[in-house]
Write a protein that binds this ligand. Sequence first.
Ligand SMILES: [Fe+2]
Length: 408
Amino acid sequence: MKNHLFAIVLIGLTLACSKPETTELTLIRKPYQQSAFGDSLTILWRTDQGEDAYVKYKSNEHDWKTVKGISRSTNVGNMEHEVVLKDLPHNSLFTYQIFNGDHEWKFKDEYTFQSQKTSSDSVFTFFAVGDIGEPIETGGTPDLLAHALKPALDQMDFGLLLGDIIYPDGKSEDYDKNLFTHFDKVFPFIPVYPVLGNHDWHEPDSNYTQEWKLPGNEHWYSFDYANVHFTALDTKNGEMHLYDEQLAWLENDLKSVSDKDWKIVYLHHNGNSCTYKEDYEAVVSLYPIFETYDVDLVLNGHAHTYERLNPMGAEGVVLESEIGDKVHYNAPEGFISITVGSGGKLRGVGSDPKVYTPDPENCRHENLVANAVHDWAYLQVAIEGKTLKGKAIATEDQSVLDEFEVVK
Ligand SMILES: [Fe+2]
């Protein structure tokens, strides 16, 4: 009997000692929004471990809804969680929270998202900026850019990232340190749509495409937002990825748009420009397509500065009819091209120390530049029906460095 009692006590003690402790999850990457198209939105986040992902969301008009997601291991050994929200009513502001199983106590922060606007709304704002992924240790300023964007988020619907998102070579293991940590008060609130830059172009299908959820093949893709068609291209190292295939896709993509007021193309490398970068012939070779299919605006990064060009035609020459006040454009012929590579790295500073002063007067292209400002800046574009208003905003003090307007 004594032996039996001893055995029972021993088993009890063993069980008590081996009872699993509640595992603590660590939130490695705050939620970020992707593919906010039509009535759908994808929310992603990362933890060190764990599964059972779900999102709860509500608006003033709608009570809390819960949507379950999927969890998968990532290429850097943590867990990615993905929840796709569907059937969202248009143009509403939602509050949302993310959860992993019974660890909800941990992630009770509330974030917001705005569901997509319809064509008839046609009033919205987005930002565009490139070259943001230089680490702070080597002179980059992702923290300043994030700080500048945060107060503007109430008016912003989404952002375009114009390549060179992660220096030095676009590796997945650098995404949190160089990007997501700095933008953890921006990316949970509005979606961003990136393109690949030359620094991102190192095995992008094992790095870049693991980090984003974009349409199509993710190298190039397009989407509609309200009355605007956006087309994203992959310029690789300047020569464009799979040139023939991408060109054919671009032409088809632009040709198929019939009911939008504006067409905007974004890519990393510049075509003709007066910055310190060469003119990338592959990009220049797209100009006839831009003209044929009435592209209005072309946004790029690469040169670490800000430069807005006058409207060009298929030949890459500023059109006679457009040499005017360089601020107001009334139904311009041709397209306006803007370099906004001033997001996190500035020529002449930190790891890019070569002194640079814009000198459009001595440019190889006559009349090309409408305005060039050498400072950290992002571009804000407001669409109001058939009016497009652009502003370059200084990252450091939010002053307006450049302003222009296009009316159709
Ligand atoms: Fe670049």
